[in-house]
Design a protein around this ligand. Sequence first.
Ligand code: GDP
Length: 445
Amino acid sequence: PARATPPPQERDEHEHLNLVFIGHVDAGKSTFCGQILYQTGQVDARTIEKYEKDAKEKNRDSWFLAFIMDTNEEERARGKTIEVGRAHFETTSKRYTILDAPGHKNYVPNMIAGACQADVGVLVISARKGEFETGFDRGGQTREHALLAKTLGVRMLVIVINKMDDPTVEWSQARFEECRDKLTPFLKTCGYNTKKDVVFIPISAYTAGNIMKRVPETAPWWDGPCFLETLDSLPTCERNRTAALRLPILSKYKDLGTVVEGKVEQGTVSVGDKLCIMPNRTPVEVLNVWLDQDEVSYLVGGENARVKLKDVSDDDIQAGYLLCPRGAAACPAVRKFEAQLAIVELLDHKSIFSAGYTAVLHVHAAAEECSVMRLTASIDKKTGARSKKAPMFVKSGAVITCIIELEQPVCCETFEVCPQLGRFTLRDEGRTIGIGKILGFVPDE
Ligand code: GDP
């Protein structure tokens, strides 16, 4: 029997933004998230006291903020700070969700899960002497995260230069500018418009400097906004409500029925909708819909969804499947397509990219083995012109078009129809070797 549920709440029309925190290990992501939740009143005083005590006992005083993120089941049941790896906070003008909260035990360090739902990436950089350099080196995560975020659809990047309080930094304007100026050219090569899509701000996650409040005493040279002012002033997102629903499934669980989670990439999902799950065409019906913790009657493009489904076992659902309308408006499930691909950085021992290359393709929440069937053209990076002759092979840095075949069909769209479902990364041995967009589908022979 269906469980009695409270009536859906009126929709909160407060603008809502999804954030993903990225950056090299030890840059201060957990401390920063903990500090934001603390400063915005999401953590009660008793919990804070407990964390402070725990941290002291473990001789890690400064780590208590990171502990906030590391709640266990029991603590999660008491408060509502963190739920399935997500944290929420509000300002007077917007509601925010921190996806895949750093420090939380389910945090996915390669950050693909969070980034494919995020509107805004917060790239945390340590300004501490030596640490900035390590994070930015070959093999450091700063570069790869910035690049992935862009491919996965993050529109804006807020770059926080953290640890400004550190004794090796002392809120030095010169150090801030050095970090900013070293990052800027690289961000341009990732495709960010560094004048429009990227903001830099100095902060101290540890002392809370320039997070909620500006710090004119310690950094008189900084006349820009603090972190929360920056978030509140970001331009609003376009929500494509009228297009056919596309809801890639990121995770699922059982709770008196089957609940799926993901981000509505386009369209609207409402209670009572008769939909299907692709690529298997499993017909389902929507029982309940939640926006964060609040039950609502519908969700629109751009929002994080939690949807309870009727008529489906959770065994029939996998991450990377997609919820969409039945019939003609269903999402295509595709095995072969032509793509434009930028070869970012090939592995040292596999430094040639040609027909036969195999890798793992990541598109929205799906990951699938694939192989390159043939290269079809090379693209001039300056003019965008397509060569008449197809190259036999290329090396790192090249931009090409090629035909890619997947082992199993995956739900996707061409980049032109829906950019979020039409951009992908190619990974090999855990490294991102290419980023691409789908130009067109190739029918099976
Ligand atoms: P994560 O791996 O990016 O989540 O980094 P953590 O939040 O765990 O922080 C790594 C280390 O850097 C810890 O020892 C923190 O106390 C320290 N740390 C983080 N933020 C700051 C800061 O603003 N100033 C200083 N001095 N140390 C910080």
